[in-house]
Design a protein around this ligand. Structure first.
Ligand code: ADP
Length: 474
């Protein structure tokens, strides 16, 4: 059953119960008040009759020193007819509770007489036929006799009023329940709208639409729930996109890796087949074996680079403070024999916090790339500059440059702008990927500026010591 229907049903039940109980007590209360009024009037009637009887008895001629039964009957008949318009119902009984006079139709219960005392009046409600009566009883002291005077007052109308009250209240309750059910239907529908919107959004998310958000229609707890749900959806969407990107990158990586393996392996298999199937002259034999050797070496260096990248990703950095000049000294020594390029090393002295071997790898890769991209005789500048928030390393060349569209991709593994040119330099597109991983560990990233046929500048801003990560994340 839907939640809005449950709210509706529970509200109707609660209203029906409270209307029922409330109505019962209300109608009964009105009835009791009316009945008490009638009882009061019945008592007044009884007192008036008693007084009238005693007065009439006093007027009986004094020759009788005791009230005769016939006189009692006569007074009773008189009193009965002295009612306003209607006859009174009364009964007069003697000391032995034997009836001396009773109005026609008087159906009082004689048992009431036993409850009457000299000073006490008694009453009871009786229901001898389809009518209800208040029967009262009182003792009358008349001419040395103690008689009993009983009256009956018809209160059928009070009971009929109560039955009518219940009927009206029942109809009113049904009408009110119908009207309030209609109203409650709309209220519960409106109250449960945020739940329906959340359910729709959840279903759409289950169907794979992670961009959907639930509309917030209130500022109460449901509104808070919607806000939380939307925040959760946002995080899920971002994570899904991240995972999708990662999966795509991994697929690209595997595709590029297999491609890079295939090319040298095809050549190695071809030359190996040639060597085993034919007798070659010495020169061809050497060339074939040499090709197998160089391609094998390329594969070896590629697998080592890959290993480096994987190891670097999981590496825990152990930085140490060194002077930046030491790194430049190392580079100068490394490239001292490369006379075909003009190197310019310009270093601002500063102490930096790095893992020395890793930063050396980065600088060597960048300088190697600069050499590969430059013509002999070209200038390659390696500089180190102190900045407000760190130390900036830059390797600038005046070589072939990189088209703008390629700049984003060249740090991806196996990405080469010009494949044949890169392969001819023994490259596999892994150098910059490795550099990026190392720089990530140091809390910085590679910045590349390049213009085709003008040159490129690869730089990174090594943050101050507190910016260096320990390499434990991701
Ligand atoms: P590789 O091992 O092939 O050099 P890298 O990851 O180091 O791989 O470089 C990726 C690609 O980026 C290279 O194939 C090259 O096309 C391009 N590249 C890198 N550095 C430079 C540069 N200084 N000038 C022009 N192109 C460059």
């Amino acid at each position: 059953m839907r939640f809005s229907w449950k709210i509706l049903l529970c509200s109707i039940i609660a209203m029906a119960v409270s209307f029922g109980i409330g109505g019962y007590f209300f109608v009964n209360d009105v009835f009791r008040a009316s009945l008490e009024r009638e009882i009061g009037q019945a008592a007044d009637d009884s007192s008036i009759l008693k007084f009238a009887f005693e007065t009439a008895a006093l007027n009986v001629p004094t020759k009788y020193n005791m009230l005769q039964d016939a006189v009692v009957e006569e007074i009773g008949a008189n009193l009965e007819n002295r009612g306003q318009g209607t006859k009174r119902l009364l009964r007069l009984s003697d000391e032995n509770r034997e009836a001396l006079y009773a109005s026609e139709g008087f159906a009082g219960d004689a048992a009431l007489l036993s409850e009457i005392g000299e000073q006490t009046r008694a009453y009871q409600i009786i229901h001898p036929d389809e009518h209800y009566y208040i029967q009262t009883g009182v003792m009358v002291d008349a001419l040395n006799r103690m008689l009993y005077l009983e009256t009956m007052r018809d209160v059928t109308e009070v009971y009929a009023e109560r039955a009518r009250g219940f009927r009206v209240y029942r109809s009113l309750t049904v009408l009110l329940l119908v009207l309030s059910s209609i109203l409650l239907y709309f209220i519960s529908h409106w109250l449960t709208r945020p739940i329906r919107l959340l359910t729709q959004a959840t279903r759409r998310m289950t169907d794979g639409d992670y961009s959907c958000r639930a509309e917030q229609v209130s500022n109460d707890e449901m509104g808070q729930l919607t806000r939380d749900f939307n925040q959760m959806s946002q995080v899920i969407e971002e994570n899904i996109h991240k995972l999708e990107d990662e999966v795509r990158a991994r697929e690209d990586f595997i595709a590029a890796f297999s491609h890079e393996l295939k090319t040298p392996l095809t050549a190695v298999i071809g030359y190996a087949d040639l060597l085993r199937s034919r007798k070659l002259d010495d020169e061809k034999h050497f060339l074939s074996a040499n090709y197998i050797y160089t391609e094998g070496k390329r594969l070896e260096s590629m697998s080592l680079r890959l290993l480096d990248i994987i190891v670097t990703k999981r590496y825990r950095l152990e930085p140490q403070e060194i002077p930046a000049e030491a790194l430049f000294k190392y580079l100068q020594d490394m490239y001292a024999e490369r006379k075909e390029y003009q190197f310019r090393f310009d270093c601002e002295p500063c102490r930096i916090c790095v893992e020395v071997d890793l930063i050396k790898t980065v600088l060597l890769n960048l300088t190697d790339n600069a050499c590969k991209a430059s013509d002999p005789g070209s200038l390659i500048e390696i500089t180190g500059e102190k900045r407000e928030d760190g130390y900036l390393f830059a390797v600038r060349d005046h070589g072939i440059g990189i088209p703008k569209a390629e700049l984003q991709k060249i740090t991806e593994a196996f990405y080469m702008v010009d494949k044949s040119r890169s392969r001819s330099h023994n490259g596999a597109g892994l150098g910059l990927a490795l550099c990026s991983e190392i720089l990530k560990l140091h809390g910085c990233e590679m910045m590349i500026e390049s213009t085709p046929d003008v040159g490129s500048c690869f730089s990174f801003l090594l943050p101050d010591q507190e910016g260096v990560r320990d390499g434990t994340d991701e």
